[in-house]
Design a protein around this ligand. Structure first.
Ligand SMILES: Nc1ncnc2c1ncn2[C@@H]1O[C@H](COP(=O)(O)OP(=O)(O)OP(=O)(O)O)[C@@H](O)[C@H]1O
Ligand SMILES: [Mg+2]
Length: 389
């Protein structure tokens, strides 16, 4: 460390004697005969170590100490006090002097005080560098983290688009194959004048046209942020309507469909959207029964409607759809709400639940489920009643 110091004393002989002995210790010594002159040198030379006499005409040592500390709080000041002048000694320490020595000055005492002051300066420097380094590191890590996050988002978006396109292509190919199969049957029916074949083929074609138009509707719903088109509606009739659509599929597969509908009053929902949710949940439930490997079970799908209080005391409408079908394994439970996740092969797009969730959330509601493999599944939709708007 640089050994430079400022010595202030109004008595020239003392300045000279101390100057010489400190120079002999390797210090570069600046001297001043008054506080004012001292402060000027202190600033000009950017010094950090000051030794000043306390009793001086004009500006005294305590004032010098105060000003030095204001100019540079990291500078250290050793004050020379009169012999036995404890009051001044205490005063200078209180003002932040690093040390005091008494007159007559003993060289060892001065050197010791200087060394202690230098140590303080060194420590302060070290701490400062350390904190600066830390701050810089934190800032650098933060920058790196932000970059990594941006990169991740970009990649996720790309991956999402990629997955979406891949899932779509797969599903559309399925539909096209089915269409081709239908067209083939129609052709053979025509060639062989086989009316039954013709009808079968034509039905296949129609079913798949329906599938592809449903898909494009779903994709439209899915790609837009929509504000629900709210109109007054009766939740009971919404559930009943959805049930009537699922009923044929349930009958075909020997699934009993049960309804438990409480009176819940009027709601303000997007009818088409909630209808879509209920039909999908119901279809999923019947599917879970018809795809259940355990045959011979008495399959039941139940749809219920009721009221519930939210933790904040608000009344909400609850719709539950439960089945005692296949249930889900852990992987399925984790992925049900992901796009294009379907365990139904060509028979499902895997958009149903994702869309349902989107619609329910657009209504300010929540969708959740509970499912055990081999035992069944219960989906729960909680919706605020909503208001005209
Ligand atoms: N009630 C249920 N029981 C068991 N598994 C279910 C149930 N509901 C959903 N799943 C699982 O979640 C998957 C995703 O359901 P989702 O409704 O999103 O798509 P999907 O029914 O396969 O196709 P679609 O887009 O035609 O609805 C299903 O393929 C099925 O594996
Ligand atoms: Mg579905």
């Amino acid at each position: 460390m640089e050994k430079r110091l400022l010595l202030i004393d109004d008595e020239r002989p003392i300045l000279e004697v101390l100057g010489i002995s400190l120079a002999a210790e390797g210090y570069e010594v600046f001297t001043a005969e008054s506080g004012y002159q001292g402060l000027e040198i202190f600033e000009r030379e950017k010094l950090k170590l000051v030794v000043t006499d306390i009793k001086m005409p004009g500006m005294d040592g305590i004032e010098v100490l105060k000003r030095v500390k204001t100019l540079n709080p990291e500078a250290e000041v050793v004050v020379i006090t009169g012999h036995g002048d404890m009051e001044s000694a205490i005063a200078v320490l209180r003002e932040g002097a690093s040390d005091f020595i008494t007159k007559p000055i003993k060289e060892e005492a001065l050197l010791l005080a200087l060394r202690r002051a230098e140590r303080k300066i060194e420590m302060a420097d070290l701490i400062k560098q350390y904190t600066l380094g830390l701050e810089e590191k934190v800032a650098q890590y933060k920058r790196e983290l932000e970059l990594a996050q941006e990169e991740l988002l970009k990649r996720e978006r790309l991956a999402t688009i990629g997955e979406t396109v891949a899932g779509l292509a797969h599903y559309i190919k399925n539909i096209l194959n089915a269409l081709k199969g239908g067209a083939y049957k129609v052709n053979s029916g025509l060639a062989k004048s086989d009316r039954r074949l013709l009808e079968e083929g034509w039905q296949m074609v129609q079913r798949n046209i329906e599938r592809i138009s449903q898909l494009s509707l779903d994709l439209l719903d899915f790609s837009k942020e929509r504000v629900p088109d709210r109109t007054p509606c009766d939740p009971r009739s919404l559930v009943q309507e959805a049930a009537s659509i699922i009923q044929p599929l349930a009958d075909e597969n020997n699934v009993e469909l049960r309804l438990h509908l409480e009176e819940v009053g009027e709601a303000y929902w997007d009818k088409r959207g909630i209808h879509r949710v209920l039909v999908n949940l119901g279809t999923n439930a019947v599917d879970a029964c018809r795809f259940d490997p355990e045959r011979g079970k008495r399959f039941v799908v139940a749809m219920s409607l009721g009221l519930e209080k939210s933790p904040s005391g608000e009344e909400r409408i609850v719709i539950e759809v439960s089945d005692n079908g296949s249930g889900m394994d852990e992987e399925t439970r984790e992925k049900v709400f992901s796009r294009f996740f379907s365990t139904k092969g060509g028979q499902g797009t895997g958009l149903g639940l994702l869309l349902s969730k989107k619609i329910v959330e657009e209504h300010g509601g929540q969708i959740s489920f509970d499912s055990t493999l081999g035992q069944g599944t219960k989906f729960k939709v909680v919706l605020p009643r909503g208001s005209r708007l």
